[in-house]
Each structure stands twice: as C-alpha cells, then as structure tokens.
Ligand binder design. Sequence first.
Ligand code: ATP
Length: 221
Amino acid sequence: DNGPRVSSLLMLVIGLTGGIGSGKSTVSHILARLGARMVDADIVGHQVYEPGGPAYDDIINTFGREVVGPEGKIDRKRLAGIVFSKADSLEKLNDITHPRIRDAIAVILKEWRGEGTKIAVVEAAVLFEAKWTTLVDEIWATLSDESVVLDRLFKAKGMSHEQSRARLRSQIPPEEKARRSNVVIRNNGGLEELEKQVEDLWRSVNSRLKGSGTSSPNAPG
Ligand code: ATP
C-alpha cells in the first residue's frame, strides 16, 4: 500500500515570515479562512517550554532554578530578565529552543502529509534567524514601510516608536527577509487590499499545484 507515500508528495509547505507588525498574523488568518492548514511557530514555541516539554530541563540547567515560577512552569518574564541582561544568553536560549521547535513543527507537518493535506503554512517571524527554511518548500514574506509599522504597533499595542525600532533592529531587516523570499506580500494599504492580494496568491498556488502535480515548484535557496 503506497497511498501515504503518494499523498506525501502532494503537500506544499509555505513558510510565512516578515518583520514585526508587517501583517503575518493577519495574512495567516486570511489563509486559514481560504483553507490552508496553519502552524504558528510561536504557539509551538510556548509548548517546548512547558514542564515535560523538550526544552524545559535544558533551560533550567542553563539559566538556573530562578527561572521556574511557583507552579513549576518556566516564568518567561524572569527568563527574559536574565536573557536580556547577559551577553550571549539570548543566543544560548535560541540554541536550546530553535532546534526543538523545528522538530515539533516537522512532526506536525509529517502528520498532515500523512493525512493528505495539500497546503500547509508555517508562520514564523524568525524563519530565517532560526534557520527553519529547510522545513518549507517556498517562502512568503509580508513587507510594510517602517512608518506604517510604527503607526500600527503604536495603535495596536501602545508601543512607542523607540520600542518598535529597537525590536526591528533585533531581527533581520524586513527588506532582506523580502529579498530572500519567493513571494512578497506588500502591506501598506487597507485590509481589503491585503485580502485581495492573498486571495490571488492562494488561487495561483492552487492552480500551480494542479498543473504540476509536484510539491516543490520553487525551493528557496
Ligand atoms: P507581530 O510580529 O508584531 O506579531 P505581525 O507581522 O503578525 O506582527 P499583524 O499582527 O498581522 O502583524 O499586524 C499588526 C497590526 O496591524 C495588527 O493590529 C493588525 O490588525 C494591523 N494590520 C495589519 N495589516 C493591516 C492592514 N492591511 N490594514 C489594517 N490593519 C492592519
């Protein structure tokens, strides 16, 4: 019975990334509504920290018991306090969590392949930073002008322009993410314009899949 293997060839995995406030979550919601199966790396990321999760022990061994809160859970605020005060700590934390998150996403994708899913989307702000690009067949990036991002983050989260700029500087520049992606979703206008763009992309990716019968039309380099 080679059914599962046949269907495994037919799933396209799209990585969705972009700078902060550029519209990743909004595009995710649109894609989910259109029928894509979505995995959010942030949610998977939280799971690896849970007691019994694959990063729990290593984090405590590396950063000390003081990162454990009253209920035995890792207290992300305490951890952040340590990570952002000591040089190299963030890198150490990422070295622990990123490979575990990657493995967990790979397990989910494998399951979905087995179920005959046609298109899966991995939403990950740090797709490039975490080197998760090999999990996906192609990469889509949302891109917004910095002035638009600053405005949005102020309105949506009350973040000052200085806070937003500091966050932007902690990641690969959004323009570079766009350059390294197969598809760029420009998001400087309204919601309707964004919806139309994503609907067009969805249509074209579906007709591409139908036409070629293969899952990797354009592997990122
Ligand atoms: P983050 O990295 O901060 O999680 P993100 O890239 O996921 O951000 P979103 O959360 O989708 O971005 O968008 C940031 C904010 O801007 C949200 O409040 C969202 O509703 C709003 N927004 C995004 N795109 C548009 C748009 N085209 N029109 C109106 N509002 C938008």
